[in-house]
Design a protein around this ligand. Structure first.
Ligand SMILES: [Zn+2]
Ligand SMILES: [Zn+2]
Length: 104
């Protein structure tokens, strides 16, 4: 089962919809990470095929292995997670409690 979450930033009106809860989601052979781009400030969900046990370590320490930005192809991406600030204005990104979409 998967889900979408939506986060909004009221100071700058950035709205992002991420796969999952905004945390790292582990599948059988891949993990779903939410990445934020330092160039264009877009937040996107990326699937990375890695062994589960190395995922956390890789995400935090081996940033070169992260996929590039889906929008501008920049490599300046970082892992974003629920609670991190808006990449554009550094305001609070707040989870929209009315928006939760589940599927099997
Ligand atoms: Zn980008
Ligand atoms: Zn913002």
């Amino acid at each position: 089962m998967g889900s979408f979450s939506r986060f909004t930033c009221s100071p700058c009106d950035l709205t992002v919809e991420v796969n999952g809860s905004g945390e790292i989601d582990y599948g059988m052979r891949s993990a779903s990470l939410t990445l934020v781009c330092g160039e264009c400030c877009q937040i996107a969900t990326a699937s990375v095929r890695v062994p589960k046990e190395r995922m956390y370590e890789m995400a935090l320490h081996d940033l070169r292995r992260l996929p590039s930005c889906a929008v501008c192809r920049s490599k300046q991406v970082q892992v974003w997670k629920d609670g991190d600030p808006c990449p554009r204005c550094h305001g609070p990104l707040v989870r929209d409690p009315d928006f939760l979409c589940l599927w099997d």
